[in-house]
Design a protein. Structure first.
Length: 421
């Protein structure tokens, strides 16, 4: 680790922080603290902006974010920022240094109460920063565990679950209450929460898999990638051929998981070129090393079968720059259709909001996301929303940022009420 931290130039302009990191972590400063062998100070610095460094350090798309903006990366390899961030958390846990110890909690809002619906990255982060100011926080979670996508959406080979447990417990030790088995619209109601709490933060995710709308999508053997990862109810893949449609990290996680479960062949089908894939480069390379095949610039025409999937018809695409588009658009090449044998198709095309979110009496956009203003407030001023539900970018860092910023705005509004009283 000494060599990795010494490689940092400690730039004054901090492009890794100011341009690359969604959370605005003070990266050069926490690296300098590690250089000085002061893990507690390094943990204190990173905790000013992030309460999930052990997670973000492992799974963030670093090459597209902090490391992609590193000055060192212009002429060579960037600083291993993600690895250093994860190291800080791991070492802090090893030394018994807790978040509570470095978080500088106050009691200025100890009489205020906030409900958080959903215990994923946005909810956990919001809870932590509210608790920092003494707010009484209760998280309502539909499962018997917290973490959301960190637990059921990201495979263990990418994010060990013991790391997630440590991070969550660290946050809960700030004095946060949790009620498990609570689903909005079923056994908890928004109106009841608004009466009981001073504010409500909604972050129930958008984990319902999107569909392509192609012929045959209703056949047995067609699955949603989000649901496969979340529910972990996989079919028997041994000796089977599986096609995964999509180009993001969910597609990579599905493909790599399925390959590990014994599939004979796994194809990733993506209608654009490799350089346009939103997945982290490392995840793509790891998938290739594990024997996963990529069909770039291929689009699905239809899924073929009687009652279950038997084949898929594909068509090749070319990338065309269209007016008004920021990147080239895939266009089907006429008469380039062909078929391949397939046993299962997994749609890993991103997520849409669940029915419980659509039923809420709040303003939604055309995609079903809840509309929020610059303060993360919904059309109901007492209700805030963040993460996928509010249409934020689909990474843990962006979800965490929405939770942190929502907490700041909730604190500001609650503080005004305290002063006015």
């Amino acid at each position: 680790m000494e060599e990795k931290v010494n490689y940092c130039l400690n730039c004054k302009v901090k492009p890794c922080s100011n341009k690359g990191c969604p959370l605005g972590n003070d990266i050069p400063s926490f690296i300098q603290a590690v250089k000085s062998n002061d893990i507690k100070e390094a943990y204190r610095i990173v905790s000013k902006t992030s309460v999930l460094p052990g997670i973000c350090g492992r799974i963030c798309p670093h090459q597209k974010q902090c490391q992609g903006s590193c000055i060192r990366g212009i002429k060579g390899e960037p600083v291993s920022i993600g690895e250093i961030e994860a190291y800080i958390f791991d070492k802090a846990m090893e030394k018994g240094i807790t978040l509570k110890e470095v978080f500088d909690q106050t009691e200025e809002l100890k009489d205020k109460k906030v409900a958080i619906i959903g215990g994923g990255p946005a909810g956990l982060t919001c809870a932590a920063f509210l608790a920092k100011k003494g707010v009484q926080v209760t998280i309502y979670e539909k499962y018997t565990y917290l973490g959301g996508i960190l637990v059921h959406g990201i495979p263990d080979f990418r994010l060990p679950k013991d790391i997630v447990k440590k991070a969550i417990q660290n946050i809960l030790d700030l004095g946060i209450n949790v009620e498990y088995g609570k689903t909005l619209g079923r056994n908890i109601q928004l109106d009841e929460l608004k009466e009981k709490y001073d504010a409500v933060f909604l972050t129930i995710g958008a984990n319902k898999s999107s569909k392509m709308g192609v012929q045959g999508e209703e056949l047995e053997g067609v699955y949603g990638g989000n649901e496969l990862l979340e529910e972990n109810q996989h079919p028997e893949y041994t000796g089977k051929i599986v096609g995964v449609v999509g180009g993001g990290n969910v597609a990579m996680d599905c493909a790599r998981t399925i390959k590990r479960k014994g599939a004979r062949k796994v194809f990733v089908i993506y209608r654009r070129a490799e350089e346009q894939m939103p997945a982290e480069g490392k995840e793509i390379e790891d998938a290739k090393k594990e024997g996963i095949e990529f069909l770039f610039q291929n689009n699905i025409v239809k899924i073929i079968g009687d009652k279950k999937v038997e084949k898929v018809e594909l068509i090749k695409t070319e990338l065309v720059q269209k007016e008004g588009e920021t990147r080239k658009v895939p266009v089907n090449i006429e008469n380039s259709n062909y078929e391949i044998d397939i046993d299962y198709i997994v749609m890993a095309l991103g997520g849409t909001v669940s029915e419980e979110a659509l039923d809420l009496p709040l303003e939604h956009n055309k995609w079903g996301n809840i509309i929020v203003n610059e303060n993360y407030q919904t059309s109901d001023e007492k209700v805030y929303a963040g993460g996928d539900l509010a249409g934020m970018k689909e990474t843990v860092a962006w979800a965490s940022k929405s939770g942190r910023e929502a907490a700041k705005n909730i604190i500001e509004n609650l503080s005004k009420k305290v002063v006015s009283i």
